[in-house]
Design a protein around this ligand. Sequence first.
Ligand SMILES: [Cu+2]
Length: 128
Amino acid sequence: MRKLYFLLILITGIVAFSCTSKESFKKELSEGEIKIVITSDQPPHVGINKWKLKVYQNGKPVTDAILKINGYMPPMPGMPEMSFDYPVKKVGDYYQSDVNLSMGGTWQITVTVEKEGKTQKLKFGFNL
Ligand SMILES: [Cu+2]
């Protein structure tokens, strides 16, 4: 019985901790001088994903870049490829985007960073 109580307390603790931790999704991408940190309250899921993006160049925060996010799903049986561009807006010292992942499957995300005439593409992917 004592063991059961202990287990119950442990589980309650884990649940409480995971609910209070603000970042349940974090992804770091880097390419050349550019690093992007994407965070969200929720892991990638079907529907609108609210992503917050911080951009760094040589370790220093960047706030004057132009960001674009594209979500691509390769062709599936009976379904052509899909490609969506999501608007990115600047909010204070970070960037924000509502990334609408319309269905389950393989998604490839490309974040394009334009700064001082240079373009850098950073990619990652996941399955929903
Ligand atoms: Cu598809």
